[in-house]
Design a protein around this ligand. Structure first.
Ligand SMILES: [Zn+2]
Length: 129
């Protein structure tokens, strides 16, 4: 199984991107970021006044109720993307021959707990695929 950026969203603005779109995404550990967010964050991080402004208040303090409501589905889409990525990562590790015991050890759970968390989803996913 190949892990791709197909069907992914920017974890910061939820814009769909990746292959087949004109929104390139880069990322790591399941999070993806689009060029627009990189540019915006880069500008902020290299401007001391803007960094101070951003640190002075939390973003949601400047948002209307409509904006915070509109953000909730984006937060959940990003979280679900990360959970999906973790599932793909475990499947990739299993294809490499990494054992459930090793996966459980790094997660601080038993082999059985690691298997229950990830193997059943893999099996049901492949059964429906
Ligand atoms: Zn973005």
């Amino acid at each position: 199984m190949a892990i791709t950026r197909e069907g992914r969203i920017c974890s910061f603005c939820s814009t769909p991107g990746g292959p087949g779109t004109d929104v390139p995404l880069i990322g790591g550990l399941g999070a993806q970021v689009c060029r627009s967010c990189v540019d915006t964050f880069h500008e902020i991080l290299h401007d001391e006044a803007r960094v101070a402004s951003v640190r002075a208040t939390m973003p949601w303090e400047r948002m209307s109720d409509a904006e915070v409501l509109a953000t909730l589905p984006q937060i959940l889409a990003s979280a679900e993307q990360n959970v999906f990525f973790a599932q793909e990562w475990v499947e990739m590790m299993r294809e490499r021959g990494i054992t459930w015991a090793e996966i459980g050890r790094v997660l601080g759970v038993t082999r059985q707990a690691a298997w229950e968390r990830f193997a059943k989803k893999s099996a049901s996913k492949s059964a429906t695929a």
